[in-house]
Design a protein around this ligand. Structure first.
Ligand SMILES: NC(=O)c1ccc[n+]([C@@H]2O[C@H](COP(=O)([O-])OP(=O)(O)OC[C@H]3O[C@@H](n4cnc5c(N)ncnc54)[C@H](O)[C@@H]3O)[C@@H](O)[C@H]2O)c1
Length: 273
């Protein structure tokens, strides 16, 4: 008896910016499994005209529901986590979230978890620009755990912050620590850097027990993340140097690929946890 061809997996992507645009393009390219893609935009969004022909667009939860997605993916920003992610969970759908920084808001996090529980949906958190979250999950309840995250970028990336401190970005000659504190404090001070720190905090011992530092370094090339975990089980140190996305220098290029890997994994008969 011949094998029946698998039905395409139905994926709804929230937003159509740098990451979502690249992700939609890759999901539509020849791929195993095959994907059918819908883009979920805010009503009247100017992004609509950039959505390729042949890709369905939804502008409401009702239209999303009519598409009957197998998975919803957010790559749109913190506002979308508060709005569309919440609506998709209320429809009982699994939602892969990249704007994890939004979850430092405890009230929002609890509301999303309760909605998922009540309707049978799932909140899936993407590792995004970071790696090694599997190890961090394994040591999360170690007694002697010290977990630190450092974000290091060149002065051009911190122009606004340096000016607020009365420093000339052109004149920074040596590494300068701009922030040191908990992942929750970092959320308030540097929201655009928190997606990665928040992912680490949620994989690990939480927002209070995860230490974050933000360094401006004239020698830094690109956006580097250093994660160190030390506990009675041993030590881990990971350094990642990400190149910026060609279409949005604030986002790391790898994020679209990281989401694709997570989506493939979600539908795969073999799962690496
Ligand atoms: N986890 C990570 O490592 C990581 C890394 C980079 C970016 N991100 C997240 O991904 C998001 C997108 O990044 P990007 O580089 O594509 O940004 P971008 O600015 O290029 O695109 C964001 C797009 O989303 C749209 N949008 C905003 N709110 C929306 C909503 N409520 N509904 C539908 N569309 C909405 C915007 O109009 C825009 O087109 C970032 O805001 C960030 O939170 C996560």
């Amino acid at each position: 008896m011949g094998r029946r061809p698998m039905k395409p997996r139905r994926v709804a992507v929230i937003g159509f910016g740098a990451i979502a645009g690249e992700l939609v393009e890759t999901l539509r390219s020849p791929h195993e499994p095959e994907y059918e893609v819908l883009v979920w935009l805010r009503p009247g969004s100017p992004s609509r005209e950039r959505v390729p022909a042949g890709v369905a667009v939804a502008e409401s939860a009702t239209e999303l529901s009519a598409f009957a997605p197998d998975l919803v993916v957010e790559a749109a920003g913190h506002g979308a986590v508060r709005e569309q992610v919440s609506e998709a969970l209320a429809l009982g759908l699994p939602v892969l979230v990249s704007s994890i920084g939004a979850l430092h808001d405890q009230a929002l996090m609890s509301r999303l978890v309760e909605t998922a529980k009540a309707h049978g949906g799932r909140l899936l958190l993407a590792s995004g620009a970071l790696g090694a979250l599997d190890y961090v999950r394994a040591v999360r309840s170690a007694r002697e755990l010290e977990l630190t995250y450092e974000s290091r970028k060149p002065p051009a990336a911190w122009a606004k912050e340096l000016e607020a401190l009365g420093q000339d970005p052109q004149a920074v000659a040596a590494p300068l620590t701009l922030f040191e504190g908990t992942a929750r404090e970092a959320a308030a001070a540097y929201p655009q850097n928190l997606n990665v720190a928040a992912a680490l905090a949620l994989a690990g011992p939480g927002f209070e027990a995860t230490r974050v530092s933000v360094v401006c370094d004239p020698e830094a090339r690109g956006n580097t993340h250093v994660v160190k975990a030390q506990s009675e089980f041993g030590t881990m140190q990971v350094a990642i140097a990400n190149r910026p996305s060609p279409t949005n220098p604030k986002s790391s290029w790898i994020v679209g690929r990281s989401l694709l890997a997570a989506i493939d994994q979600y539908f795969s008969p073999v799962m690496m946890l």
